[in-house]
Ligand binder design. Structure first.
Ligand SMILES: Cc1ncc(COP(=O)(O)O)c(C=O)c1O
Length: 346
């Protein structure tokens, strides 16, 4: 049987146009694994240096094996939650805060983790160590688990835990970006406040922004208050030098935003900021702020200079935005070890 996917061809030409198509059947898993490994050994950049899967109960460094079973309810029903912690200079920043939110998301999604928190944490630290990554992110999922293709997870014997490390060369952003208001409806509070795997609205809102030459789109809730970005929170500096963040009752409680709220009072003590608060911020108040920024893991602060093509403040990166960015960046690099978990060398 001729293998139609042999040779270096595009997906379209591999599939051909129908009548003479012979789909290979891999009855031997060794043969399939060899084929997958050939694909990854052909110079293609590995998506991740290491993956943990509770399906086989260990870590693999082989990209050909970094897979999730198709009957996993996270794959075919979206019944899963996830979280991400940043790896910076060999430390996991805010791992425990992210892990707490991960378990709260799991509880809201009625997923009972396969292991206690301490085991999940230990697996994540070991995975980060084995990956040899010193700068990047650690992303992990809890799923209702594999079992069947039904909607109810009642037939899934156990939940599943997956994690990957992703190499990212982070640096502190100093340039400002443009944003638009999202026309993609935001998620209902029950779903927006848990980090579940349904990020279709988020992906569509980013695509909408990119189509309009912007970096991201901002959601405004049904009462007209500013909500959040697709995978980031937002923050404002008012004309009176108050730091204001939208309240977290209808959006994801960002770990970075919460750390910012804890650290920013230092700038109040120095007389640089007047106050630090969460509030209901109308679209108009947001657009007439002196400064605006995104706040999230991996940034930690990204200045915003225009919204719907109108400048925020004078349209330049704000001084207080940069002061807050320095504050968080310093915390990420040299802050207390209660917020930075060292990754052991292996
Ligand atoms: C929808 C949404 N809002 C806000 C955030 C920012 O949260 P964090 O600071 O924990 O990364 C994220 C990212 O996790 C997100 O996906």
């Amino acid at each position: 049987m001729e293998n139609p996917s042999s040779g270096q061809q595009t997906v379209a030409s591999e599939v051909g146009n129908g009548s003479d198509l012979q789909v290979p059947v891999y009855s031997s898993s060794v043969e399939l694994l060899t084929k997958l490994q050939e694909k990854w050994n052909s110079g293609k950049k590995q998506p991740s240096p290491a993956m943990y899967s509770s399906i086989f109960g260990g870590i693999t460094l082989d990209p050909a094996m970094m897979a999730i079973p198709i009957d996993d309810h996270m794959v075919h029903r979206g019944h899963g939650v996830f979280d991400t912690a940043m790896i910076l200079n060999g430390y996991l920043y805010e791992l425990d805060t992210h892990l707490d939110r991960f378990l709260r998301s799991a509880s809201k999604a009625k997923i009972s983790p396969p292991f206690p928190r301490s085991s999940l944490r230990s697996i994540l630290v070991q995975l980060a160590a084995v990956s040899q990554c010193r700068k990047g992110s650690l992303r992990y999922w809890l799923s209702a688990g594999p079992g069947n293709f039904l909607l109810s997870p009642a037939g899934c014997p156990t939940s599943a835990f997956y994690a990957v490390v992703i190499d990212v060369d982070y640096s502190q952003p100093k340039e400002g970006v443009k944003v638009i208001t999202s026309s993609v409806p935001m998620k209902a509070p029950q779903f927006a406040t848990m980090k579940n795997v349904n990020y279709l609205p988020n992906a569509l809102s980013v695509m909408e922004a990119e189509e309009k030459g912007a970096f991201a789109a901002i959601w405004v809730d049904d009462e007209g208050y500013v909500a959040e970005g697709p995978n980031v929170n937002v923050a404002f500096i008012s004309q009176n030098k108050e730091l204001l963040l939208p309240a977290f009752d209808k959006i994801l409680g960002g770990c970075t935003a919460k750390r910012l709220l804890a650290l920013a009072p230092k700038l109040v003590e120095k007389g640089i900021l007047k106050s630090v608060n969460t509030a209901n911020i109308t679209l108009e108040e947001g657009k007439s702020a002196a400064e605006m920024m995104f706040v999230g893991s991996g940034l930690p602060i990204l200045p915003i200079i225009t919204w719907d093509e109108k400048p925020i403040g004078d349209g330049n990166v704000g001084e207080l935005t940069l002061a807050l960015s320095d504050l968080l960046w310093e915390d990420m690099l040299t802050g207390p070890e209660t917020h930075r978990v060292p990754i052991p060398y292996v």
